[in-house]
Structures are given as structure tokens and as C-alpha cells.
Ligand binder design. Structure first.
Ligand code: ADP
Ligand code: ADP
Length: 233
């Protein structure tokens, strides 16, 4: 089964003048894919990610994750669904400065009342994978940008989500750290078959994806698979 199905998705921001941010978007993502969303500034990338990740609601159309429609859930069900099924990574990391790296990473499990032994085992697993075992006791203001983003990825990964959604994860990093973060995401995708969907306008970051979906003026414009030439919709 498709992990993610996006069907006839449209989004209008109401206002004095309505903004049609997305029009009739449709695509599927299979388990284990690493999908990049690219397009010019203002083309609707963030809107698409927000609607697909349940942060925002569609105006029409449907999003299904493992065949289930999160937008039809009540608040409590949706909160649980997000916690269990989705991982989020942001451009500005969204880490809590007063906590250590380890405390930030385990936060989703702490909030879910998991047993301490499970939390410790999960922490070791994701810290090893992201190469941040040495910095677990540091505060987030003591570590580099690349290390902060790898900490945020570890936090997203620790619940073993069905899909990790990342909005410009390398947008605040220098090119060396950006490559490092993309290599970490690629490893997470390859080794755990974790499905990833990321928005980026950086071609170098996008080159790590197995498939790139281009949007323009809120519509699907083209799609390429790694190793294939571009095909129009
Ligand atoms: P991108 O991420 O590709 O830069 P966005 O999804 O941020 O594009 O924006 C798509 C369009 O929707 C733009 O015209 C933008 O001005 C508009 N838009 C985005 N967010 C809002 C909002 N909260 N209210 C009104 N219009 C918005
Ligand atoms: P910075 O922001 O300081 O450039 P980087 O993200 O580039 O941080 O990484 C800092 C160091 O950690 C680099 O020397 C890099 O080789 C190492 N590193 C990065 N990712 C991993 C990983 N997954 N496993 C082990 N070491 C890693």
C-alpha cells in the first residue's frame, strides 16, 4: 500500500483577495522513498508540507497516511497520530535551549510516558546513527549548526515514525554542514527504510533525494527520479 496519498489537494488562504496556494495536487509516496519538493519561492512548498503534515487543513481534497485521513480526526486523535506516525524537522531546529541534547532527543518519548529502559535504548540507537553520542550531555547553545540539526533529526526519529517531514532542513547551515545533514538523512532512509519528505530550494540538498516533485504556482510542474531524465506531468 502507498504510505502517503495526496488526492486533488487544494488550499486557499482567505483574505481581502483570496490566495490560491495549491491547486489539484496529487501524488503518492511509497514506504522507503526519499522525496524532495522543489519550486520557486512562493510556489506553495511550505503550504504543501504543512497540509500534508496536518499542521494546516486543506480547502479541498484529501491526504491519507497508511490509508487513514488525519484531517478527519478529532483533536486528541490527531495529537496521538502526529506523535506516533510523524516526525518533524525544521529549518531553525526547534530545540529547547534549556535542555541537553539527550533531553531534547527523548522528549517525544518522555511525553508519551515510556519506560526509562526503553527511552535509554532508543536514545543510544538514534544517537549512534546520527553520530552525536559525544555531545549528548551538552546544551544546544554549545554545539554547531550541523550538530543541532542532527539532534533534531534524532528527536524526529526516536518514535520510529512512518514518515519524517522536513522543511528546508539545510536552510540555516553552511554548505559543509548541509551536506553532512543530508548524508545523515540519506543514511536514515537507507538503513531504516524511513520514508522522508523534504522541502528545499537547494539543488545540492535535493540531489540526495530519490525523487523530486517540482511545483510551480501551486500546481505540479514536473517530477524526476534519480537516474532518470525529467518527465512532465
Ligand atoms: P513557498 O514555501 O514555496 O515559498 P508558500 O507555501 O509559503 O510557498 O506560499 C504559497 C503562496 O501562499 C504564496 O503566494 C504566499 O504568499 C501564500 N501564503 C502562504 N502562507 C499564507 C498565509 N498564512 N496566509 C495567506 N497567504 C499565504
Ligand atoms: P558542523 O556544523 O560543525 O560543520 P557537521 O554536521 O559538519 O557539523 O559535523 C561535525 C562532525 O561530526 C564532522 O567532523 C563529521 O564528520 C562528524 N559527523 C557528522 N555526521 C556523523 C555521523 N552520522 N556519524 C559520525 N560522525 C558524524
Amino acid at each position: 500500500m502507498e504510505l502517503l496519498q495526496v488526492k486533488a489537494l487544494s488550499k486557499v488562504y482567505p483574505g481581502k483577495v483570496n490566495t490560491q496556494a495549491l491547486t489539484d495536487i496529487h501524488f503518492n509516496i511509497e514506504q522507503g522513498e526519499f522525496v524532495g519538493i522543489m519550486g520557486p519561492s512562493g510556489s506553495g512548498k511550505t503550504t504543501l508540507l504543512n497540509v500534508v503534515s496536518t499542521i494546516d487543513e486543506p480547502s479541498s481534497g484529501e491526504v491519507l497516511v497508511e490509508g487513514i485521513s488525519p484531517h478527519r480526526m478529532n483533536k486528541k486523535e490527531l495529537a496521538r497520530f502526529r506523535r506516533r506516525k510523524l516526525g518533524f524537522v525544521f529549518q531553525d531546529f526547534n530545540l529547547l535551549e534549556t535542555l541537553t541534547v539527550a533531553e531534547n532527543i527523548v522528549l517525544p518519548l518522555t511525553l508519551d510516558n515510556r519506560r526509562l529502559a526503553d527511552i535509554e535504548a532508543s536514545l543510544k540507537r538514534v544517537a549512534d546513527k546520527l553520530g552525536i553520542t559525544d555531545i549528548l550531555k551538552k546544551r544546544t547553545y554549545e554545539i554547531s549548526g550541523g550538530q543541532r540539526q542532527r539532534t533534531a533529526i534524532a528527536r524526529a526519529l526516536i518514535t520510529s515514525p512512518a514518515i519524517i517531514m522536513a522543511d528546508e532542513p539545510t536552510g540555516a547551515l553552511d554548505s559543509g554542514s548541509a551536506r553532512n545533514v543530508m548524508e545523515s538523512l540519506e543514511r536514515v532512509n537507507r538503513e531504516d527504510q524511513t520514508t522522508l519528505m523534504l522541502v528545499t530550494h537547494d539543488p545540492v540538498s535535493a540531489s540526495y533525494c530519490s525523487r523530486i516533485i517540482f511545483i510551480k504556482d501551486g500546481r505540479l510542474a514536473a517530477e524526476i527520479h534519480r537516474g532518470e531524465s525529467r518527465q512532465a506531468f
